[in-house]
Design a binder for this molecule. Structure first.
Ligand code: S3P
Length: 427
């Protein structure tokens, strides 16, 4: 097991450019592979998760060439095809779930496998709707990976209400819908990131989105079709920016920026949460890209609803903000955290406890009594398991607080290989 010792630092200045958005990167590769001919992608995430998708589309018959500033992808004219090789998604739930949908309509046999973490993550949430579309897909008992799929050409579009907000489930169904007979409609009670529908629309697939009656949700209707080639530009990942945002606020002497980030309402809920906590955080919107500016702040506790940050990716970072705040921060309806790359419900509490906070939970809610300042954090030791976001959350806590040791830190490579270099660059 590897460890990294992260030292506390007295002053933070400068700006970080976060890597390309992981969600948009997976989709740019998949949509380009489905198209007939040459697409290009700039700003692609260099994380291991996205590399898995890149390798898999090659196994399925797409050509991928590294080129100045990005990659070129040539989708085969005759369409993707099956391979007898296993398709290894590594740590990436996004790769596995999106591919499950896409491959349901690609003739041939497909086997999707993953690492120890991914092999424990629930796949029934995609298996069930895909089977309703006529897909031949099955997991191990209890709907766990590996997934075995026999691609079919007779899928039918469905009208499906997603039980838990999930962009991955929505996307799996939409990718299957591309090859189905008839339209596919997916309805979500809470709006999740619209990356798939937006990018498919850009690739000239007919996709219509409408708000639901409550105003909180959305329904997306897709007509089958083949995406067109495109020159994709991937903006920076707001979920990675969240780590530096929290760091810039809780650190005692910080004035930092994060540049080149995608700003969309389903992804930047953490900015509102941190401003509500009293953080000096500013989102400067640009036409393609936005940036954040952060200054040391005295944070106060708040109540955070999962619906404010759909997909809850930023909760481990926010739990570090809560640990530095004055008062008890309430994290509500956070059950989905339990089925991420690790049990982040337990992991977020474990990190706050290691920092010296009192933490407790009731059902799907958990609570952190903050210490009032990061300067009061304990120096700690934490095992991040196979979870990149736990590594980064622990690293910002150690940097703003009193140092710490993180075991299994290399798992950060799944989304942000240069994270520690970027962290050092602002010290
Ligand atoms: C993602 C969706 C989210 C998120 C993940 C990326 C995507 O998962 O946690 O990091 O790219 O669609 P859920 O769909 O499970 O909410």
């Amino acid at each position: 097991m590897s460890e990294i010792k992260v030292e506390a630092t007295k002053i933070l200045r400068g700006a970080v450019r976060v890597p390309g958005d992981k969600s948009a990167s997976h989709r740019a590769l998949l949509i380009s592979a489905l198209a007939d001919g040459l697409s290009s992608i700039t700003g692609l995430s260099n994380g291991d998760d996205v590399s898995r998708t890149k390798r898999i589309i090659q196994q399925l018959g797409a050509e991928v060439r590294e080129q100045e500033g990005g990659v070129a992808v040539v989708g085969p004219e005759e369409g993707l095809r099956g391979t007898t090789e296993a398709l290894d998604c590594g740590n990436s739930g996004t790769a596995m779930r999106l591919l499950a949908g896409l491959l349901s309509g690609v003739p041939g046999e497909h086997i999707l496998i993953g690492d120890e973490s991914l092999t424990t993550r629930p796949m029934a949430r995609v298996i069930e709707p895909l089977q309703k579309m006529g897909a031949q897909i099955q997991g191990r008992a209890e709907g766990l990976p590996p997934l075995q799929i026999v691609g079919r050409t007779d899928l039918n579009g469905i009208n499906y209400e997603i039980p838990q907000p999930s962009a991955q489930v929505k996307s799996a169904i939409l990718f299957a819908g591309l090859k189905s007979h008839g339209n596919t409609t997916v309805t979500e009670a809470i709006r999740t990131r619209s990356t798939t529908e937006d990018m498919l629309r850009t690739a000239l697939v007919e996709v219509v989105s409408a708000d639901t009656d409550t105003g909180a949700g959305r329904s997306v209707t897709l007509s089958p079709g083949r995406p067109m080639t495109h020159h994709w530009f991937v903006p920076g990942d707001p979920s990675q920016a969240a780590f530096f945002a929290v760091l810039g606020l809780i650190h005692g002497n910080a004035s930092i920026g994060v540049v080149n980030i995608l700003s969309e309402p389903e992804r930047t809920g953490f900015v509102q949460v941190l401003s509500r906590m009293g953080g000096h955080i500013q989102l400067n919107a640009g036409s393609q890209n936005s940036s954040l500016t952060l200054k040391s702040s005295r944070l106060v506790a708040t109540e955070i609803l999962s619906s404010e940050i759909p997909s809850v990716d930023e909760v481990p970072a926010l739990s570090v903000a809560a640990a530095a705040a004055v008062g008890v921060t309430e994290f509500r309806d956070m059950g989905e955290l339990r089925v991420k790359e690790s049990d982040r419900f337990a992991g977020s509490m474990e990190l706050a406890t290691a920092l010296g906070c009192e933490t407790w939970s009731e059902g799907d809610d958990f609570f952190i009594r903050g210490l009032g300042s990061a300067s009061a954090f304990n120096s700690f030791r934490l095992n991040a398991g196979l979870d990149h976001r736990i590594v980064m959350s622990a690293a910002i806590a150690a940097t703003a607080g009193n140092g710490g040791v993180i075991d299994n830190w290399e798992t950060v490579k799944s989304s942000y290989p240069q994270f520690f270099l970027d962290l050092t660059s602002i010290q």
